[in-house]
Design a protein around this ligand. Sequence first.
Ligand code: COS
Length: 393
Amino acid sequence: MRPEAGQTERELAGAVRDWASRALPGPRIAASESEGALPADVIHDLGELGVLGMGVPESDGGLGASTVVFALVLEELGAAWPSLAIGVSVNSGIVAGSIVRHGTPAQRARWLPRLMDGSGLGAFALTEASSGSDAASLRATARRDGDGWVLNGRKHFITNAKYAPLAITFARVGAAEEGVATRPGAPPTAHAGITAFIVPTDAPGVSLGPSDHKMGLLASDTSALVLEDARVGSDAVLGEVGRGFGIALAGLDGGRIGVAAQSIGIARAAIERAVRYARERRQFGKTLVEFEAIRFSLARARTEVDAARMLALRAAWLRDRGCPFTREASMAKLFASEAAQRATYQALQVFGGYGYMREYEVERYARDARVTTLYEGTSEVQRMVIARSLVAA
Ligand code: COS
């Protein structure tokens, strides 16, 4: 395989880097982080750039870009503004990708333009208060009613819910009602009945809970999505009734490449800032870069960033060729997110006491990095996925 990206694949990433350097000056990011929301014009710009539909086929109005491009763009967004990167990763990766893969022509025609036009960012509503890593234990329900469905439940920690035209929402359909209890005679599985629905956020019975107060990613709104006798049409089912869990896990496989790339961008940006600072800051009569302890810590962090990128591009490359990539996506996400913890910690250490101060962006990168080992599957879940693939007969 050739894990390095070619010139064409770098073009969109380069355009995003140029746009970010113009459109996202530090004070603007700081103001949005204080307000707790992504600015509407920033989302609009990304729609114009084509980033919101980068993985959507050209026949559906997108750029038809590869997963390698997706990873490179997410790295740039992660380096520029991690709060924005996760919003785009969820919208353009897991949400648009699931509709491209499983949507009917009518669903694709109705919903993909809404995810690409820059008017909002799509959401993915799987997690609940009591089902995080054990995603199959979700409790939200769906029952048929007339020619549509009625959904009840409360989805937790939903990225983009505030800006979303739609949320791909996972709810359980009664086995008896739908006959979805797996193969005849087989015991019901934990994920039996789980079904994916495209829920318009303006559907009757859908509301948002208050925004969560997080440690980092402060401009990426995260809220609960509340379903109280929420009513959607029969055309809301994505894929087949009772087959939603596979859609969720396959979506997460792709999303994990996005989080890996975001982590790489975060680590890279923190190291770049640490190098700049260490070249200027003088102590004991010399610049910090003249101290071997500083040089070695930067060298180690940068080596890990490059290794993480190779893992992410390998997973993306496999996905683009239609090869299995679940294990490789988990490896990339596991390694990149943990490398980002180490890199941001080291970068902050280079800054000394200044690194702890809000004026220096390195503390924001360190806070933003923390969630990357948690969301879209904790490091423990990634190790489970990797280990299962190793020991499977
Ligand atoms: N793609 C598609 N289908 C998959 C899959 C994948 N990567 N991995 C498993 N499946 C299928 C299996 O084939 C099985 O289907 P059948 O019963 O029809 O054969 C089904 O999904 C269940 O698989 P499994 O038994 O492995 O599921 P578990 O309940 O044991 O869960 C983990 C597996 C823990 C890996 C999964 O629940 C997970 O990833 N949890 C973390 C969730 C997460 O990331 N949450 C964050 C949400 S976004 S912030």
